[in-house]
Design a protein around this ligand. Structure first.
Ligand code: ADP
Ligand code: MG
Length: 575
């Protein structure tokens, strides 16, 4: 078949234009991305050959090879993994199959510094080859395809690519980068070794680097090469699966590097938890809390990351969402279990009892990890970072996971009338709130408003402020929903500052109550007038001591526990 020229999908063309500029300071990521693609291709083959062993038969030792050719100015990354057919190459190397593409592109252009992290997270790693290459050629033969059913794909990274059928002797993929004139440093053994080590240490497939024999040894080695090729192919990584080691044998630095390998996030994780569990339910889990929210955390829940699933150390799938509840969707990591069959499918995961047990266990592990971070008094900053990045998501758990509600509530942080006085960054937990409340205070007071300003300046706060009662201030969109789901924490009930009976108990002032009775008598004429004017818009008009500076306010009756914002929402909905 003759070579065909195709135009890139519009988004790809846009991306390619942006890449060269936005990743300049981190351009070696291309190696990470291409090696990770090679490793994915090998994982896929390993997985398929469980049921079809013939796929890997002719070339069974799976490996990745990197070779620089200084004369030609090319760098080639080869794998003997799953490979691609012509149709697959056209589809996968010419389009981006991700619904958030536009959003991603706008973020990429808006923030240069973050771009290198974004690109890996978004799954457009292949295109990073064009940061350093002015032509990329991909030669690939799919597992099960004949030598003359291979594909050659090539592009200079501008608007189009070429593809055609070709002949390739062995299974797998060669990605050949024709390096730009000023990127030839990536032909140096030393640079390559450095970079590959950095990125591939945790790849569980061996990565080999071709190291050309030194000139004076060359003659000798040329002879050797024919008989023992391993003399020039040096393994660069240790190809061990980190999670299978005992936690006491793994250094912090190794956990961090593994996190980057797993998530493509260059930043440091805030915390991790590595557990190996034996007995009734056997699994190993390695969970991480990222250092910052991914760009799509609040977007389409379908984009939820999920965990990597391994069964008996064989990689099974990415983004397995069945192992954590939605409100823990920011947790990254992996689970490896012996209790699921190797041929488990996404559909099977949905119904599996083992999976629901694992989900329960991993939820607990995640909450343990969050709680531990919250209680770490030496790293208060870390929890603040956590809270700012993921607090809003964690709040969803209050409604979503009643079984763990108390634990989740313990991890929540609030702004309050006190913290706002103390300065922006300070927040309070429910435990601290209870501990510092006056003894006579039996309730937890809160106020929900549309914005921070509205909360801060609400007239509903006046009485409570006067009595020195701290009020939690909430203004997230999710808060109304969340507060409606809870009635108490640590045996203390929640009372909205907008309720007509603030249930002040011993905090209420007897003197004041008397005064109010008297005022009511005096104000009887006014009350009648207001009642008439407001008609059935209100249940009643009362004299109150709750306001100090403002003349009047609307309150909810006690049985109708609606807060002002909720009422507005219902009204807007025509209720
Ligand atoms: P991602 O790896 O996140 O899917 P990439 O842009 O890195 O995104 O790669 C796009 C797709 O191209 C991959 O999903 C895979 O299907 C295909 N691909 C890339 N490199 C290889 C390879 N070495 N072997 C087989 N398929 C590959
Ligand atoms: Mg990739």
């Amino acid at each position: 078949m003759a070579a065909q020229v195709h135009g890139f999908q519009t988004e790809v063309a846009k991306l390619l234009k942006l890449l060269a500029n936005s990743l300049y300071s981190n351009k070696e990521v291309f190696l990470r991305e291409l090696i990770s693609n090679a490793s994915d291709a090998i994982d896929k083959l390993r997985f398929l050959s469980i049921t079809k062993p013939e796929l890997a038969q002719e070339d069974p030792v799976l490996r990745i090879r990197v070779r620089a050719d200084r004369d030609a100015g090319t760098l080639t990354i080869s794998d003997n993994g799953i490979g691609m057919t012509l149709a697959e190459a056209n589809e996968r190397l010419g389009t981006i199959a991700n619904s958030g593409t536009e959003d991603f592109l706008s973020k990429l252009s808006a923030d240069d510094a973050k771009s290198s992290q974004l690109i890996g997270q978004f799954g457009v790693g292949f295109y990073s080859a064009f940061i350093v290459a002015d032509r990329v050629t991909v030669r690939s033969r799919a597992a099960g395809a004949k030598p003359d059913e291979a594909v050659c794909w090539s592009s200079d990274g501008t608007g189009t690519y070429m593809s055609e059928t070709t002949v390739k002797a062995d299974r797998g993929t060669d990605v050949i980068l024709h390096l730009k004139a000023d990127e030839r440093e990536f032909l140096n053994d030393w640079t390559l070794r450095e970079t590959i080590t950095k990125f591939s240490d945790h790849i569980s497939t061996p990565v080999y680097l071709y190291e050309a024999p030194k000139d004076d040894e060359k003659k000798e080695d040329d002879k050797k090469e024919a008989s023992s090729p391993e003399d020039v192919w040096h393994q660069v990584n240790d190809a061990k699966a980190l999670w299978t080691l005992s936690p006491k044998d793994v250094k912090d630095e190794e956990y961090k590097a593994f996190y980057t390998h797993l998530t493509h996030d260059y930043g440091e994780p805030l915390a991790w938890a590595h557990n190996r569990v034996e007995g009734d339910l056997e699994y190993t889990s390695l969970l991480y809390i990222p250092g910052e929210a991914p760009w799509d955390l609040y977007g389409n829940p379908e984009e939820q990351k999920g965990l990597k699933l391994f069964v008996q150390r064989v990689f099974i799938m990415d983004r397995a969402k069945a192992f954590l509840p939605n409100y823990l969707r920011f947790i990254r990591g992996l689970v490896d279990t012996n209790d699921l069959p190797l041929n488990v499918s996404r559909e099977l995961l949905q119904e599996s009892r083992v999976v629901s047990k694992l989900k329960k266990a991993l939820t607990k592990r995640s909450l343990d990890m969050i709680e531990k971070l919250a209680e770490d008094k030496e790293n208060v900053e870390k929890y603040r970072t956590f809270w700012n990045a993921f607090g809003r998501v964690l709040k969803e758990g209050v409604v979503e996971d009643p079984a763990n509600r108390e634990r989740i509530l313990k991890c929540l942080r609030f702004a309050s009338t006190k913290t706002i006085e103390e300065g922006d960054a300070s927040l309070v937990s429910l435990d601290e709130y209870i501990a510092r409340a006056p003894e006579a205070q039996k309730k937890i007071y809160f106020l929900i408003a549309g914005t921070r300003e509205a909360a801060e300046h609400s007239p509903y706060l006046e009485t409570l402020k006067k009595k020195n009662v701290e009020v939690l201030l909430l203004w997230d969109r999710i808060d109304e929903w969340m507060m409606n789901a809870i009635t108490e924490y640590a045996g203390k009930g929640f009372v909205s500052a907008t309720a007509s009976d603030l249930e002040l108990g011993d905090l209420a002032d007897k003197e004041e109550e008397k005064a109010r009775e008297e005022e009511t008598k005096e104000a009887q004429a006014d009350i009648e007038r207001l009642k008439k004017a407001l008609g059935d818009k209100v249940e009643g008009v009362r004299v109150s001591t709750r306001l100090v500076d403002s003349p009047s306010c609307v309150v909810g009756s006690n049985d109708q526990m609606l807060t002002a914002q909720m009422r507005r929402m219902l009204e807007a909905a025509g209720q």
